[in-house]
Design a protein around this ligand. Sequence first.
Ligand SMILES: Cc1cc2nc3c(=O)[nH]c(=O)nc-3n(C[C@H](O)[C@H](O)[C@H](O)COP(=O)(O)OP(=O)(O)OC[C@H]3O[C@@H](n4cnc5c(N)ncnc54)[C@H](O)[C@@H]3O)c2cc1C
Ligand code: SF4
Length: 411
Amino acid sequence: MSQDAALSAALSAARAGASVEPGSAGGGSSTGARAVSAAVSAAGPAERANELVKLGADPRSEYMFGPICSAVTGHATDSEVRSGAASGGVVSALLTHLLESGEVTGCVTSRIVVRDGDLEAETFIATTREEILDTRTSIYFEFDPFDREALERMREHEGRLAVVGLPCDLSKLRRRCAKDPELERRCHLLIGLYCAHTSQKELIHRVLAKEGVRVDELERFRFRTGRWRGMMQLHFRDGRHREIPFPRYSLYQNLFVLSAPKCMACVDHYAEDADLATGDVWTKEAKQHEIKHSIFIGRNRKGVEALAGALEAGVLVGRPSTPREVFLANRRAVTYHKAIDARARVWKLWGRTLKTADQAWPSRWNERLGALIVIGMEELSKRSWGLRVIFAIPRRLLWCVLAFFKLLSHY
Ligand SMILES: Cc1cc2nc3c(=O)[nH]c(=O)nc-3n(C[C@H](O)[C@H](O)[C@H](O)COP(=O)(O)OP(=O)(O)OC[C@H]3O[C@@H](n4cnc5c(N)ncnc54)[C@H](O)[C@@H]3O)c2cc1C
Ligand code: SF4
């Protein structure tokens, strides 16, 4: 059998291995692990695998989420890893496994610290399980994880690194690696997080102020833990602890209030330059699961191998998934994200020009109306009076606006 045929046979086996529903890991997980491993061992030389191993290689799926070689829905096996994670704890479980198996010697991760009375994102090289677990959950404000200092530390690291980042940051890192062979040698595996967009730090300040919290009272802050939409965790310097539902933040974030400016021109939702990418499963079915699931995709041989290794070692459980599920997991977010033509047209109303990707698809009326809502909110939030107006609007009314925007992004 040719390598191509062996590969597609193995990938079909991987898809057919989906005999167990998510949430009841067990036989399905090991079937999935074996099938994914089979796909890997059938893949042949890395250069060829990068071209060959593609699930759903039709133009629409390529446009929506880039190359996918294997897709799995599941979560970390260890409940300690999952507790405190943003989604299924997949990133932390994978990093721990890579480190403990000697595949890498360090993991470039980020966490929120309180420094000089403010929240700061700190990127560092974690070399122990404890350090990795300390970086669990998402950071929803803008920062540069690969600034000069961070790149220098990565270059000086003796050994191989797994690196976690948002799609735009990983693309930037890839470009740096292309010019810097030393850095390239260090960066063994790039793990991307799906990303709808991020916000300016001022947004969390505003939301916490609305909740009566002063940032300088905090000792520790986490954006999102727990099932489904999750809770923000606040630890105060005086020993108090408080939880605030994450939707009190995500309501404004999802309406693009104080959005990071760079996100307006972005079309990469699923971390297309990563070796392996992961994110939430935002479907009705997933809402019912006792354990929060993630959906993760291997984009090339390296990514698929890392996934297969973690599944075989039992640190992750999951079942083979499909490009369709990848799409459905983030259906509205990716539909909006890819509608850059709509954003460019609406921006013109403000006399601004947005450079669209050459291959951007023509926009539809619903996308243009959706873009009008979010760009309107984003523009309003740039003005201090506008921000005051937004935060004075009852949340219920904003929920209605958000529901309408989501409806427009559903198709
Ligand atoms: C700004 C942002 C927007 C997102 N948008 C979506 C979305 O639209 N749809 C979706 O499905 N998923 C989205 N995600 C991803 C999702 O929230 C989870 O981060 C992802 O599913 C991993 O969860 P986990 O439980 O496997 O990771 P965990 O085990 O909790 O580990 C999280 C890892 O991510 C790293 N990390 C967190 N935030 C950042 C950051 N900003 N930059 C660099 N590294 C970071 C941490 O250092 C840690 O290593 C977004 C994440 C972020 C940060
Ligand atoms: S939306 Fe794009 S530009 Fe914005 S943070 Fe996410 S990946 Fe980066």
